[in-house]
Design a binder for this molecule. Structure first.
Ligand SMILES: Cc1cc2nc3c(=O)[nH]c(=O)nc-3n(C[C@H](O)[C@H](O)[C@H](O)COP(=O)(O)OP(=O)(O)OC[C@H]3O[C@@H](n4cnc5c(N)ncnc54)[C@H](O)[C@@H]3O)c2cc1C
Length: 402
């Protein structure tokens, strides 16, 4: 089985690895001249780390990660704790894998190191995808036309493949943007910050956590804005802009934002849910299929799950069966990913409630939830059956049981 994967982000790299493990010969095409993952921190909930274990990468990624004991939600103005959810060993026991917080580059490098150099073509932009009954084809900006039994378009939130497959449809600005920064631990040591916290305020929230085993603090400050900010990991905010936006916030948050210096400003974009991601021998995967707001920290996790299920579905499949296999892959993933997209959008609305009765009711609800669900509201997505089922079947196959 020959596959072409378009895009070497977290989704495309994981798909490449997963397909190779399923016995496919994979060519990975990436438009940038070298593997790059900029950005800052990324959280890997147990549904993501279970996939990493399946791909043989959990130990490598965990060695450079931070492991939070819990998540402390706080109020924006005085830092009073609203509630605390558990994420340490109890979560690992409950979900069968740890909750990790990592530098994106560490995750990206761990995935990229598994792709043999003969399988990847960098500096290769795909400018078209088409297919006939027997093969799918990509056209590159160099003028080549490459064929395979299937094409996986993991070309991110700005996906052009999605337009080629399903017609006009652009990334949608979410009305929110994020300031992002990484600070050395020594620069914030005096602030006595919780290991992992979400500070909630009107039209804004701030999240921070450690990466690189506690060497760096990852800081994300989200705010509503009508200005459709650029979706770019490298666009910088104006000097001091973040302090004006978060004026009046708890001193520790303001001080961390001030010490961050010139921060990055990232416009958050999403994609409208689709009724299907595949057509014939071509499918979308990751953000191209279901880009979501990051308010449940699930975008990459869902991309990893796509990759795991895709590999599982393609194992033992003949080239003639590819269209049916892709339909099975989408059937197993679409409902979950679409519901996480919706959940992420509404999490933002809840985080950003104005002060007063609505925020008080939210806080009371979060406190009540913590007494019945120790892991918090987003944990409902961490035990997803589609990947667990896949794992169970893979185990059965290895052990030879029926
Ligand atoms: C502020 C923020 C915080 C986040 N935090 C988390 C988190 O904590 N946990 C989590 O799970 N998720 C998080 N996410 C989401 C996560 O970053 C994305 O869901 C994930 O990176 C998507 O991976 P991808 O491979 O689908 O797309 P991308 O990473 O965008 O990769 C797409 C790749 O395709 C390449 N490409 C594009 N077009 C072409 C073409 N025509 N030809 C060849 N190559 C092409 C690009 O160069 C790129 O390398 C966050 C997102 C944001 C914005």
């Amino acid at each position: 089985m020959r596959a072409i994967v378009v895009g070497a982000g977290i989704g495309g790299l994981a798909a490449t690895l997963s397909l190779r493990r399923a016995g496919c010969e994979v060519t990975l095409l990436e438009r940038t001249p070298r593997f790059t993952e900029i950005g800052a921190g990324i959280q890997l909930a147990p549904n993501a780390t279970r996939v990493l274990r399946r791909l043989g990468l959990l130990d490598t990624v965990a060695a450079r990660a931070a492991r939070p004991a819990g998540l402390s939600f706080r109020t924006w103005s005085d830092g009073a704790e609203i509630c605390r959810y558990a994420l340490g060993p109890e979560a690992e026991d409950a979900f069968g894998a740890p909750y990790l917080q990592v530098h994106r580059a560490d995750l990206h490098q761990a995935l990229a190191a598994t792709v043999p150099s003969h399988s990847v073509r960098l500096d290769t932009e795909v400018v078209g995808i088409d297919q006939d009954d027997r093969s799918a084809y990509v056209t590159t900006a160099h003028g080549e036309r490459l064929g395979a039994d299937l094409v996986v378009a993991a070309d991110g939130v700005r996906s052009a493949a999605r337009r080629w497959l399903f017609g006009a449809d652009e990334a949608v600005f979410s009305g929110t943007a994020a300031y992002r920064a990484l600070l050395p631990a020594a620069e914030v040591a005096d602030l006595d910050l919780p290991d992992y916290a979400g500070w909630l305020g009107p039209d804004r929230h701030v999240v921070h956590y450690w990466v690189r085993r506690g060497e760096l603090l990852n800081l994300v400050a989200v705010f509503r804005t009508q200005a459709p900010a650029q979706e770019s990991w490298t666009a910088q905010a104006e000097p001091g802009e973040q302090l004006r936006e978060f004026a009046g916030w708890d001193r520790r948050v303001r001080t961390a934002l001030e010490r961050a210096g010139r921060v990055f400003r990232y416009g958050i974009h999403t994609r409208t849910p689709l009724a299907r991601w595949n057509t014939g021998r071509v499918t979308l995967l990751g953000d191209s299929a279901h880009a979501m707001t990051p308010f449940q920290a699930q975008g990459a996790a869902q991309a990893l799950m796509d990759a795991a299920v895709l590999g599982d579905t393609l194992a033992d499949t003949t080239p003639a069966e590819v269209p049916d296999a892709l339909t099975r892959y989408v059937r197993r993933r679409l409902a979950t990913a679409t519901s996480v997209q919706a959940g992420s959008a509404s999490a933002g609305d809840v985080y950003h409630l104005p002060d007063g009765p609505e925020a008080e009711a939210r806080n009371a609800g979060m406190r009540a939830l913590a007494t019945v669900n120790r892991f918090g509201p987003h944990a409902t997505t961490w035990g997803d059956d589609d990947v667990l089922d896949a794992e169970a079947r893979a185990d059965e196959k290895t052990s030879g049981s029926p």
